[in-house]
Design a protein around this ligand. Structure first.
Ligand SMILES: Cc1cc2nc3c(=O)[nH]c(=O)nc-3n(C[C@H](O)[C@H](O)[C@H](O)COP(=O)(O)OP(=O)(O)OC[C@H]3O[C@@H](n4cnc5c(N)ncnc54)[C@H](O)[C@@H]3O)c2cc1C
Length: 399
């Protein structure tokens, strides 16, 4: 076996790894290789709902999601217009206390220039006539939020990376990753590559990969589910994506008049290699009950398919992006807490800018400050998975 050399090996061809390769290959950094033992988007990306919203918890995330959205709109317009639809996004509650938090959320989002406003039951029912909203206590609506097809965007990124000279290699089994005298050696299939840098962008598998090289991060893989259903024809298309905060169920428009519905985090850590990909009875029952009470117009929808995917939780809900402390050349791009599609493009731009400059990239590193792995001291234990799309107002610090 001939030992190959590269500047950067990206481990993982989900939307994050492919977006990073696309941006990095456009910089003058030397050879970029992306490797995945499966196919691009075979992990969480190919199972994601593809909701992209700016209704987020801190300004950094809003900026990143906005950058992603702009990039997805441009890439889809050029390569696959069906992969991006600006349909808007509404969240609502029937509880007064949660409605009060929504009011506070509006104020915070406005301070970050997010185009979002309160919406009344009547207007929301006109947009989503399948819903029963007569008990609504509060709702907010961001008209420029979008839905995307994550697997299509991942393919666009992968092809874009290839056309910029990156080597995108997938399908062969992973063999090893190890430090090698100031560099990193990665082996898979019949290949072995020595690289100045490696970026672990392996979604739920990142935890094991990092633990095996003795640089663990507090990550907790967890399961989340979604389903595509075919409702009776009729109603506005596309309608805004909606999230019932109380029942933690969201619904977005899907192609061919279908709908895609999902619910929240399962609060137990799982092993991504031992987690089934199918939707389970409990999930489908929860969906059916939610439709009966909240979306009666969809109660008769026929199930097309249901599935589960594995996301990765972090103790503070922010991802881990950038250089690992005490591990020269080892970088991470993971821990998206169920929001990796909407973050990937914007985060990849920032990480590529940092890696493109190399040591001394002070401003570029500062742009990653809230998500740098160094924010947790080595040895910090992983916490149990935390619900993704909460109303918690606590996570909006200074940045
Ligand atoms: C049901 C569901 C709904 C979701 N809805 C949304 C949503 O609406 N909006 C949103 O923003 N996010 C959503 N998400 C979350 C989103 O899917 C993830 O945050 C995102 O896809 C993470 O992308 P990734 O590239 O980091 O990881 P992944 O897509 O999981 O990719 C990781 C890749 O690493 C590969 N890999 C594994 N081991 C190795 C190895 N040893 N070497 C190299 N590669 C390896 C895997 O094969 C995989 O392809 C949802 C997720 C699920 C499951």
């Amino acid at each position: 076996m001939v030992l190959e050399h590269a500047d950067t090996v990206v481990l993982g061809a989900g939307i994050a790894g492919c977006a990073l390769a696309y941006h990095l290959a456009g910089k003058n950094v030397g050879a970029v290789v992306v490797y995945d033992p499966r196919t691009p988007a075979a992990g969480a990306t190919g199972r994601a709902a593809g909701v992209v919203t700016e209704q987020l918890w801190n300004e950094w995330d809003v900026e990143v999601a906005r950058a992603s959205k702009n990039e997805y709109a441009q890439l889809a317009a050029r390569w696959d217009p069906s992969a991006f639809t600006a349909n808007g996004f509404a969240r609502f509650t029937a509880h007064a206390a949660a409605a009060q938090v929504l009011v506070e959320t509006l104020g915070r989002l406005h301070s970050w220039n997010v185009d979002v406003r309160a919406i009344g039951a009547e207007e929301l029912t006109r947009a989503v006539p399948w819903a029963r909203l007569d008990d609504l206590a509060g709702a907010i609506y961001s008209p420029h939020d979008a839905v995307v097809t994550p697997s299509s965007l991942t393919e666009i990124y992968a092809e874009g990376a290839r056309s910029r000279g990156a080597d995108v290699d997938f399908g062969a089994p992973f063999r090893s990753l190890e430090a090698d005298a100031g560099a990193w050696r990665v082996a898979w299939g019949t290949r072995e590559v020595r690289a100045n840098r490696v970026v672990v962008a392996a979604g739920a598998w990142s935890k094991k990969i990092l633990a095996n090289v003795h640089h663990p991060l507090p990550l907790a893989p967890y399961r989340t589910q979604a389903a595509v259903l075919r409702p009776p024809p009729g109603g506005p298309i596309p309608f805004p994506s909606v999230h019932d905060i109380d029942l933690d169920v969201y619904v977005r428009p899907e192609d061919q008049g279908r709908i895609l519905a999902g619910d929240g985090t399962e609060l137990v850590e799982v092993d991504p290699d031992r987690t089934g990909g199918g939707g389970d009875e409990t999930f489908l029952t929860h969906l059916a009950e939610t439709f009966e009470t909240r979306f009666p117009g969809w109660a008769e929808a026929e199930l097309v398919r249901a599935w589960a995917g594995v996301c990765t939780s972090t103790p503070d809900r922010r991802p881990f992006v950038g250089p690992m402390p005490e591990a020269p050349g080892l970088n991470v791009l993971t821990g998206f807490n169920g929001f990796g599609v909407m973050r990937a493009g914007g985060v990849a731009q920032r990480l590529a800018a940092y890696l493109g400059v190399g040591e001394g990239a002070t401003a570029e590193r500062e742009a990653l400050r809230p998500v740098l792995p160094e924010r947790f001291p080595p040895g910090t234990p992983a916490v149990a998975p935390r619900p993704g799309f909460t109303l918690e107002a606590g996570d909006h610090p200074r940045f």
